[in-house]
Design a protein around this ligand. Structure first.
Ligand code: FAD
Length: 427
């Protein structure tokens, strides 16, 4: 059985609790009145939130070490999101508790604290929260393009320095009065500056990118099959991994987008199957043979544990079939049942490849579900089999489908550690 990766939770706790420990050892704890308790808790929330905010910026470097610690890039993105949310919540609780503290003296004082201030450090704190609040609301409630989402992340990163200025210079700041906290805060500011420098200036030289060319671009309905060639490209990759690609073509924006590899290491070219569904993927219709492609990767751990399980169930929905193509190609002795659900014949991607593999590998069983004609795949029918034989389940497809199937399996008693998922989203 797969071991649950608890490292990300432990790291998050340590990052939040470490400055609190520094705070506690560096000054006497004053909690003799409700106002003091509220004040203390408010400050602790700010310190823990600041620390998580700094860590959140640090995670955005996507350093290889973080990928290892967090169990792959998609998980790293997920924890980047979780750490950011926790930082935001703690930083929001901070002024709430301080307002309550002043309100224990009088409501007028509570109101006075909440009012926009002319004091610069105070104003910086208010601006930090205001901007974070707007950014979070926008990213939750407004469907923005990925490029704008990335810009929003940069703005949030810059807001960190406003928050730090507030923390260092606000009247009665504990950071100023405790040397360990002062050092800790300064280290975060330097690291954050380093990260911004790293991302904006040195990023290209730190992250290995490979030069490829489009050898062929074939359209099959709304699927674009790309084959990329290179004399000195990526040397090693495992089934189920993905790469970021950016194609140099006057009709395409300079963006990197992630796509799973449908090829395997022993094949000469990198192969991708791209569903054309948005601005960038639709613009890929302009791609020509010979166009230069910058490839970054490989990333991901979806197929990492394939060798570990003698019996496996794979569930794919729509374009979520792509990582399974490379996994199926490398399948050796494991017994696999692939349930592939698609909307129509036209959207049944890579069917020929799958049928060929099924005809040559007797241990690979293909179950096709055309939801135009049949009822959608449901976990119910195979849950018992999963529980009885301890098989592992891999799922890749549209997020709502993945969520529903995973929930059904867990509801039926399947251990969540037996379910391995890949989301086609990194935000
Ligand atoms: C690990 C992984 C593997 C993937 N494998 C495949 C695959 O094999 N085949 C396939 O067709 N699609 C795959 N995708 C999805 C593909 O990356 C998106 O469909 C594509 O980037 C959408 O871009 P768009 O501008 O056409 O669409 P939009 O409508 O602009 O975006 C649709 C969604 O795609 C995501 N997205 C958009 N731009 C980016 C970006 N630059 N980086 C990260 N995410 C972005 C966002 O979540 C967005 O909501 C994969 C995604 C991930 C994360």
């Amino acid at each position: 059985m797969q071991k649950k990766n608890i490292q990300p939770s432990i790291i998050t706790f340590i990052v939040a609790l470490f400055p609190i420990t520094l705070w506690i050892v560096s000054q006497p704890l004053v909690i003799s009145s409700v106002a003091e308790v509220l004040n203390t808790l408010g400050k602790l929330c700010a310190i823990a939130g600041f620390s998580l905010f700094g860590w959140n910026i640090f995670l955005s470097t996507r350093l290889k070490i973080f990928e290892k610690l967090y169990g792959g890039l998609p998980n790293l993105y997920k924890w980047h999101h979780i750490t950011g949310s926790w930082a935001f919540m703690l930083l929001l609780i901070h002024p709430t508790l301080i307002t309550l503290r002043y309100s224990t003296i009088s409501l007028a004082q509570g109101y006075e604290f909440l009012k926009p201030s002319t004091n610069l450090p105070q104003l910086a704190g208010e601006a930090t929260l205001g901007i974070m609040y707007i950014a979070v609301l926008v990213s939750i409630y407004i469907s923005i393009k990925h490029e704008w989402f990335v810009k929003l992340q940069i703005i949030i990163g810059l807001v960190f320095f406003l928050g730090a200025y507030h923390g260092f210079y606000i009247a009665g700041s504990d950071i100023n009065q405790s040397i360990p906290l002062m050092i800790y805060g300064t280290v975060w500011v330097i690291l954050a500056l380093g990260v911004i420098g790293y991302r904006s200036i040195f990023h290209k030289s730190f992250r290995k990118r490979w030069d490829y060319n489009v050898q062929s671009a074939r359209k099959e309905n709304d699927l674009l099959k790309l084959s990329l060639s290179s004399d000195s490209g990526i040397q090693t990759y495992i089934p189920g991994q993905f790469v970021f690609i950016s194609i140099k073509n006057a009709n395409l924006p300079k963006q990197y987008h992630p796509f799973s590899l449908t090829s395997i290491e022993s094949e000469k070219n990198l192969q991708l199957g791209i569903k054309q569904l948005g601005d960038y993927t639709n613009a890929l219709s302009n791609v020509h043979e010979g166009d230069s492609v910058s490839v970054e990767g490989p990333y991901g751990e979806f197929g990492k544990d394939m060798e570990k399980y003698s019996h496996q169930i794979w569930i794919a929905g729509g374009i979520g079939i792509t990582p399974f193509i490379s996994m199926a190609k490398t399948l050796t002795n494991q017994h696999v049942d692939l349930y592939y659900s698609f909307r129509s014949e036209a959207q049944a991607y890579f069917i020929d490849v799958l049928k060929t593999i099924a005809s040559t590998k007797t241990n690979f069983h293909l179950h096709l579900i055309n939801s135009e004609k049949q009822t959608q795949f449901s976990a119910g029918s195979i849950s018992q089999k999963v529980i009885d034989s301890g098989v592992a389940v891999w799922i890749c497809g549209p997020p709502p489908m993945m969520k529903a199937i995973k929930k059904d399996f867990i509801h039926a008693g399947v251990d969540s550690n037996q379910i391995i998922t890949e989301e086609f989203s990194l935000s």
